[in-house]
Design a binder for this molecule. Structure first.
Ligand code: ATP
Ligand code: MG
Length: 331
């Protein structure tokens, strides 16, 4: 058993959750890995180190760990961009993805969520994009093994005056992501500000997958329209390959008409983009934030965890998100 004396990493998948994914009992999973390799978690649960989960899922389940850049973008504020970024990152590492969060929002909400707000001298994206080879790896903050963040602070707001050349805009985020790829990361998750400044333009140029979180208010739909138009026009202007574009419906509450109406509208008007599993409203998100962690740090089952698990499975092409949805609809 590892880590007997030190605190275990917060975001490890337990043998029972892993068994739910692979169709085994927790005991089968523990026997397969061997107790020596596992980490003792709270409540006598056993956790699987991220690297081991990756080896198993790649070999036995054919999970694709090919490098991906996934960005959460919407011009509208408060729709769940940061919540989606940090929740997805902490789930992805549990599934074995060596993950880095790129905090591009000068408000630094993702950095704050992990208590990783940079000190005045700590480099942020603003300082590293011109020289990623020298700067990027030394600027990352470690959340735990296989999970890192390039934090953000107000200075990233100066990108709008510092990153004005269109060719630089096209390459800045891409260059940082390529450096992370060269250093063994599988997945980059980007949290964007609610604006259309250079940070977002450069992110749009670099992302393989763009997820637009949307909730039920009408400005959120307006944000969706503007964001889609912006993505299309940037890709046309720079002659880039189209990214995969997805819409994630957040803060879903089926008891509210406004919520079901919005879901129905998305299902008819944006069917090709809509991720079939919405994220339900839950108080777990704010409770976790208060503890400077995400919902995946908790050992308890919750709809917040179930919904973001489905989202991660869908976005990263793991198996089972539809089954989860059926199970959830019953609950
Ligand atoms: N599914 C949800 N249920 C309940 N509260 C949620 C949910 N998703 C997000 N929230 C809460 O809504 C608020 C806004 O979410 P978040 O910060 O993720 O949005 P954002 O799009 O990143 O906002 P901004 O544009 O200001 O960066 C936060 O307080 C968050 O905890
Ligand atoms: Mg945010």
């Amino acid at each position: 058993m590892k880590n007997n004396n030190s605190k275990p990493p917060k975001y490890l998948i337990s043998t029972s959750e892993f068994g739910e994914y692979t169709g085994q009992t927790a005991n089968d999973v523990a026997n397969f890995f061997g107790e020596k390799e596992l980490v003792r978690l709270s409540g006598s649960r056993l956790g699987i180190p991220s690297q081991l989960a990756k080896v198993y899922l790649a070999l036995k389940e054919g999970v694709d760990y090919g490098f991906k850049v996934l960005a959460h973008i919407n011009l509208k504020g408060g729709v769940g961009k940061t919540t989606s970024t940090i929740s997805a990152a902490t789930r992805a590492v549990q599934y074995g993805f060596r993950t880095c969060i790129l905090d591009m929002d000068s408000q630094g909400s993702a950095s704050l969520a992990f208590d990783m707000v940079p000190e005045d001298d700590d480099p942020i994206f603003f300082d590293v994009w011109q020289n990623p080879g020298e700067m990027v790896m030394g600027s990352l903050k470690k959340i735990q093994e296989n999970l890192y963040i390039l934090p953000s602070s107000l200075d990233n707001g100066l990108l709008d005056v510092n990153l004005i050349n269109p060719v630089s805009q096209k390459n800045a985020v891409h260059g940082v992501c390529e450096e992370l790829k060269a250093n063994g990361f599988d997945l980059i998750l980007i949290d964007c500000p609610p604006s259309l400044g250079t940070a977002v333009i450069s992110t749009i140029c670099a992302a393989d997958i763009i997820v637009i979180p949307v909730c039920s208010d009408k400005f959120s739909f307006k944000g969706l329209k503007l964001t889609l138009n912006e993505i299309f026009s940037i890709h046309e202007a720079f002659n880039l390959e189209k990214p995969e574009i997805k819409i994630l419906y957040t803060k879903f509450d089926r008891r509210l008409k406004i919520s079901t109406n919005a879901w129905n509208r998305l299902s008819s008007d944006y069917k090709e983009y809509l991720i079939p599993c919405p994220i339900r409203t839950s108080a777990e998100f704010s409770k976790s934030l208060e503890k400077k962690q995400t919902v995946f740090a908790s050992s308890k089952k919750s709809k917040a965890k179930a919904d973001y698990d489905s989202y991660v499975r869908y976005a990263l092409k793991l198996k089972g998100h539809q089954n989860d949805r059926k199970a959830r609809d019953k609950g």
